[in-house]
Design a protein around this ligand. Structure first.
Ligand code: G3H
Length: 253
């Protein structure tokens, strides 16, 4: 049975003290109020990971994620952080292929393929993002784009490796815009992703893979989105920066 997940991607926001306070509020609220089985993940910026990792030690419900990593284990890569380092501070999940990384840092599917491998080698779980731009959607290229992102970035993995992958569908036009995909639009693409998994792996792999929706998800639309049969949770940006909103999203299953 696939897992339900709500992951908060803080992006480049908060100071360290603010981050610690946010995690403390989230863990308290989740403990007091959440009675579903969802896994909650917080993905703070790199400098906060060790401290927040410590604060989360032993927490069964709230896990630590990172927003990116380098594809190599170590070496002369000034400013970069490896999956080995992430593991050493308690990170369990790593977001890869976010559209902001693809757009601003020119990360392509070939590079992402290497990053996915690096993350899996350390026993961490990639949250692999796919999604189309508005232009691509208007040109009816959504499925083609997503198929290519999956094929080139992920589907080189063995069946065994693929078991540890989480996928996030994030339509680029919905990220940070307040313009959420309708639940029907999200469901359509999630079902397509599941079909692709069945085609490249098998029906069981398709059934077992967690597929998250991301893009202006908030406490008012989460329930409708999460009620779709192929939507297994969310990758949340803006609303993950407020403990109340984030916890309410976690409660939306
Ligand atoms: O990683 C999260 C997504 O980019 C969604 O961001 P958003 O919820 O602010 O639209």
């Amino acid at each position: 049975m696939r897992k339900k997940i709500v992951a908060g991607n803080w992006k480049m926001n908060k100071t360290y003290d603010e981050g610690l306070a946010l995690v403390s509020e989230i863990t308290n609220m989740v403990q007091d109020e959440v009675n579903n089985e969802a896994i909650v993940i917080v993905c703070p910026p790199f400098p906060f990971l060790a401290g927040i990792g410590k604060a989360l030690t032993g927490n069964e419900k709230v896990k630590l994620g990172a927003q990116n990593c380098h594809q190599n284990e170590s070496g002369a890569y000034t400013g970069e952080v490896s999956a080995v380092m992430l593991k050493s501070v308690g990170v369990e999940y790593v977001i890869l292929g976010h559209s902001e990384r693809r757009q601003y840092f020119l990360e392509d599917n070939q590079l992402l393929e290497a990053k996915v491998k690096a993350v899996l080698k350390q026993g961490l779980k990639p949250i692999f993002c796919v999604g189309e731009t508005l232009d691509q959607r208007e040109q009816d290229l959504t499925f083609e784009i997503i198929e290519t992102q999956l094929k080139e970035g992920l589907f080189h993995l063995s069946n065994e490796e693929f078991e540890n992958v989480v996928i996030a569908y994030e339509p680029v036009w919905a990220i940070g815009t307040g313009k959420t995909a309708t639940s029907a639009q999200a469901q359509e693409v999630h079902a397509f992703i599941r079909e692709q998994i069945a085609r490249h792996y098998d029906a069981q792999a398709a059934l077992d893979t967690t597929i998250l929706y991301g893009g202006s998800a908030n406490p008012s639309n989460a329930q409708e989105l999460f009620s779709q049969p192929d939507v297994d949770g969310g990758l949340i940006g803006g609303a993950s920066l407020k403990s109340r909103d984030f916890t309410d999203i976690v409660k939306s299953f």
